[in-house]
Design a protein around this ligand. Structure first.
Ligand code: GLU
Length: 251
């Protein structure tokens, strides 16, 4: 289980998220990647590498990508299903390349779901368990991303911390967790989501911790959390205890 970062808000430079992802390198990883919505081009760009973040940055410099956009999602992968090669790096997308997702954990019933989705003509481009999530979300997407994510998660058995963005509902990041850590950092006019507090501290110390089978919806100005029945949950905003975390070697 490796690293997730997601950012939405006032700062549009995507390198902010990449810097936060670097804070998760200490956990070890075999591949990395990101996707972001460019407001100028009205589309999602993605880049991946079965290598270090520094190599991803080199690829980015050589690319013609804009460096600005929001929301954005980032991932360090520790392969469980499918070898560490570029196509298996996260983020993964649906058939139309409009829905992009990063995932930590293991989808236990992915074989069953993949066969079913293939029979419905979904085209898979990786060997990962994760990719079934993007196609399930695509199948249920009717304009509202969190509704589609929740419908997909109801069919999934396994562990997940995940973050999803979509071109057709692009003013939000949808996040969810089940037995994989995920917390939402609450800044001034910005939110950062991550699998580990160390990625959040550059932006804010105020966080909420998602509990199992909860879904968070982040927009540039607001956020809310629901269960898988779309019932709103009250969450407590906590402060990351920096000194204790350093003492225990967490930060
Ligand atoms: N099971 C997923 C994969 O193999 C996610 C691995 C991870 O947690 O990094 O791509």
């Amino acid at each position: 289980m490796c690293g997730i970062v997601g950012y939405i808000g006032k700062r549009k430079n995507i390198l902010i998220g990449l810097e936060a992802l670097k804070k998760l390198e200490y956990r070890g990883y075999d591949s990395c990647g990101f996707a972001f919505f460019s407001e100028k081009e009205k589309k999602i760009f993605s880049l991946k590498s079965a290598n270090r973040i520094s190599q991803l940055e080199e690829k980015l410099q050589k690319s013609k990508f804009p460096l600005t956009g929001s929301p954005s999602i980032f991932h360090n992968r520790w392969a469980t299903h499918g070898p560490p090669i570029d196509i298996n790096a996260h983020p993964h997308s649906d058939c139309k390349k409009k829905i992009w997702l990063v995932h930590n954990g293991i989808i236990e019933n992915y074989r069953f779901l993949k066969e079913k989705l293939k029979r419905e003509n979904h085209q898979f481009s990786s060997q990962t368990d994760t990719e079934v999530l993007t196609h399930l979300i695509e199948k249920f997407f009717k304009g509202n991303l969190e509704t589609a994510v929740i419908q997909a998660l109801k069919l999934v058995k396994g562990t997940y911390g995940l973050a999803v963005i979509s071109e057709d509902d692009h003013q939000k990041i949808v996040v969810a967790r089940n037995s994989a850590p995920l917390l939402i950092g609450i800044g001034e006019g910005e939110f950062i989501v991550a699998s580990d507090p160390s990625a959040i501290l550059g932006i804010t110390q105020k966080v909420i911790y998602l509990d199992d089978r909860e879904v968070g919806v982040l927009t540039p100005s607001n956020f809310f959390v629901t269960d898988l029945n779309q019932i709103r949950k009250e969450k407590t905003i906590e402060e990351i205890d920096v000194e204790t975390s350093i003492y225990f070697g967490i930060l």
